[in-house]
Design a protein around this ligand. Structure first.
Ligand SMILES: [Zn+2]
Length: 288
C-alpha cells in the first residue's frame, strides 16, 4: 500500500515535469568519422552530444550523406571534419546547412600531408592513423569546443590533457613494438597506413586498392603478389569496410595469411586507442 502510494506520487511528479520538453543542455557536435567522434567525446565528456556522419561499416571514400544527416548539420554548433579531401561532400553540406552558429573544425589543418594518388590532389587523407597527428587533431577540437562553449573551457582543457597523455603512451607503445620487428615492409588494403608507416619507420610496400572501393585488375593483383613474395610477406591486410576477396586471392597466391586492419574503429565502443592497439597487434603479427 505504501509502495503504491509512493509510486503514484512519483509518477505525478514526473508527469508534471514532462522531461521530453526540456532541451538537451549538451553542445550538439557532428563529426565525419568515428575516430574524430571519439576525440570529441574524450575532450567534451558530458558537455557534448556527438553524432557521426559516416556510419560504422561504411567507407568515408564512397559514403553519401542522407537528408536527415543534413538536418543534423543545420542544428549542430560544431562540425568536425578530418580534411585533406576525405569529406568530398563538405562544401556542399556546409553551404546547404546555412547554419550561422556552426563552427567548422578541420582537424588535419597544419599537419604535414603525404602525397595522395591521382584522385587525391589534396594528399593522403588518413592523417588520424598516426597518434602523433591525433594529438594535434585533439588540440584543434579542444579549441573549437572552447570557442563554441567558453563556460566549459576548463573541463575541455583538462580532458584534452588527460587524453593526450594516453595518446603519448600509445605512441611509446607502438615505438617499442616496432623496435622488435624483423621486417618493416607490409602490404595494406588501401593507402590508409601511410602516416603510421612514416611516423614509425615502416614501409607501405604496396596497396591492393589504389582507388578505395575499386577492385584491382588481374594485372595489378599479379604485381602485388610479386611484391608480396619479394618482401616475404607473412600476412596481407584486408579491411572490414571493403570486400576481402582481392586480399584473400593475393594471400593464397603467396602463402600468406589474411589479417584485418581497421582504420575507422572497432564496435561497439569505437575508442580510438583500443582500435590502434588492435591494429598494432595485427601489424606485429605480420612483421615480428
Ligand atoms: Zn581510407
Amino acid at each position: 500500500m505504501l509502495l503504491c502510494l509512493l509510486l503514484g506520487l512519483n509518477m505525478a511528479a514526473c508527469s508534471q515535469r514532462a522531461p521530453s520538453e526540456r532541451p538537451d543542455p549538451r553542445l550538439p557536435v557532428v563529426s565525419s568519422i568515428l575516430p574524430l567522434t571519439d576525440f570529441v567525446r574524450q575532450v567534451g565528456g558530458d558537455r557534448v552530444r556527438v553524432e557521426t556522419l559516416v556510419p560504422a561499416g561504411a567507407s568515408p571514400h564512397t559514403y553519401e550523406l542522407t537528408p536527415s544527416q543534413l538536418i543534423a548539420v543545420t542544428r549542430a554548433r560544431v562540425l568536425v571534419l578530418n580534411g585533406v579531401g576525405l569529406e568530398f561532400w563538405a562544401a556542399k553540406v556546409i553551404s546547404s546547412a546555412n547554419n550561422p552558429n556552426l563552427i567548422v573544425v578541420t582537424a588535419s589543418e597544419g599537419l604535414k600531408i603525404i602525397a595522395g594518388d591521382a584522385d587525391e590532389p589534396g594528399g593522403n587523407p588518413h592523417t588520424w592513423l598516426s597518434p602523433l597527428n591525433a594529438i594535434r587533431q585533439v588540440d584543434r577540437i579542444r579549441e573549437a569546443l572552447i570557442e563554441s562553449d567558453p563556460a566549459g573551457a576548463e573541463v575541455y582543457r583538462a580532458n584534452a590533457d588527460r587524453f593526450e597523455r594516453e595518446l603519448r603512451a600509445l605512441d611509446e607503445e607502438i615505438r617499442n613494438a616496432v623496435a622488435g620487428y624483423s621486417s618493416r615492409r607490409f602490404i595494406s588494403f588501401h593507402a590508409a597506413w601511410a602516416y603510421f608507416a612514416r611516423d614509425y619507420g615502416l614501409d607501405e610496400a604496396a596497396v591492393i586498392e589504389s582507388r578505395p572501393g575499386q577492385e584491382p585488375s588481374p594485372a595489378e593483383i599479379a604485381s602485388i603478389v610479386q611484391k608480396a613474395k619479394e618482401i616475404h610477406a607473412k600476412a596481407i591486410f584486408a579491411e572490414p569496410q571493403f570486400s576481402p576477396k582481392a586480399a584473400s586471392a593475393i594471400a593464397e597466391e603467396c602463402g600468406a595469411r589474411v589479417l584485418l586492419l581497421n582504420p575507422l574503429g572497432l564496435p561497439p565502443d569505437y575508442r580510438y586507442i583500443d582500435m590502434m592497439r588492435y591494429n598494432l597487434n595485427e601489424i606485429s603479427q605480420a612483421l615480428r
